[in-house]
Design a protein. Structure first.
Ligand code: CP
Length: 309
């Protein structure tokens, strides 16, 4: 049986091809549990997971909580506004105090890139990066890889266009690293001001015009404009962005008949994607959310319940 020898999940960078395959295969076996009448197995009974979210989240926070509960782990949720951080306590002190209560895992979302890496060195509990600044969002990339494999049968050789604010997107970064590792061909698209100058060093193709970028692709992945992470506005206005870089039914006319459209959420309808595409026949956006629970069950299980060497 394959081993998963990691204390933490900090990024796609640290995972080997075998690790990624092991997580996806484990998620596949867990997915069925969420379709049962009684959606619970005793796999992580007696383990405890702290969900520590410094930034807002709908999908990731709920999904980790459901994943832990479906595996019978005890869960506690903490937000920045509800913690003693508002009284001036530092991140490290907060983490040390959480550690004093002996959790098995801390799931951390933070606006600063590298915050989970810092905590991983400070505490004995495993740390899962649930999104750190503009750095990585590994479980989002894993659920995206799972969805591509589920819908297309494989990842290797698949052509994937990622369109939007590549510079500020931790989802884009984690997906590019994971997809390239698994043998996919990645194209990035969007305004030149939102694509890093040296992105080609990651092994991706750059095509600024989305009409050109979606042709011949098996998967089109949209990203939200991360206005909260931009120091200055990098485009004239939302209307201009939508008309030049938004994915509309018109742009999709140039795509393959069996293309799938993905979006990590939250979506800005009418900006990066029109409603006819978001809710249309190519969209697998809600399948991504469903798969997120299975993938997070797999990650929790492999970090604190699976076999290690
Ligand atoms: N995709 C994602 O991370 O969504 P949330 O911000 O709602 O968790």
């Amino acid at each position: 049986m394959a081993k998963f020898n990691h204390k933490d999940l900090l990024g796609m960078q640290q995972l080997s091809v075998e690790d990624i395959r092991h997580i996806l295969d484990t998620a596949e076996s867990f997915k069925e549990i969420s379709t049962r009448d009684i959606k619970k197995v005793p796999t992580l009974r007696g383990k405890s997971v702290v969900n520590f979210f410094y930034e807002p989240s709908t999908r990731t926070k709920t999904s980790f909580e459901m994943a832990a509960k479906r595996l019978s782990a005890d869960t506690v949720s903490l937000s920045a506004s509800g913690s003693s951080m508002v009284k001036g306590e530092t991140l490290i002190d907060t983490a040390r105090n959480l550690q004093a209560m002996n959790p098995d895992l801390i799931v951390l979302r933070h606006s600063s890139s590298g915050a989970p890496h810092l905590l991983a060195k400070e505490v004995e509990a495993g740390i899962i990066n649930a999104g750190d600044g503009i750095n990585e969002h590994p479980t989002q990339a894993l659920l995206d890889l799972f969805t591509i494999r589920e819908k297309k049968g494989r990842i290797k050789g698949m052509k994937i266009a990622i369109i939007g604010d590549i510079s500020h997107s931790r989802v884009a970064r984690s997906n590019i690293i994971g997809l390239i590792k698994m043998g996919a061909e990645v194209t990035v698209s969007g305004p030149p001001t939102m694509i890093p100058m040296d992105i080609d060093k990651l092994g991706v193709r750059v095509v600024h015009d989305p009409v050109e970028a979606v042709k011949e692709e098996d998967v089109v992945m949209l990203l939200r404009i991360q206005l909260e992470r931009q120091n200055k506005v990098l485009f004239p206005g939302l209307r201009e962005y939508a008309s030049f870089f938004g994915l509309s039914g018109e742009v999709m006319k140039g795509a393959k008949d069996d293309v799938i459209v993905m979006h990590p959420g939250p979506m800005n309808r009418g900006v990066e994607i029109t409603s006819d595409v978001a809710d249309g026949p190519y969209s697998v956006i809600l399948d991504q959310v469903t798969n997120g629970v299975a993938v997070r069950m797999a990650v929790l299980y492999l970090l604190i319940g699976g076999s290690k060497e």
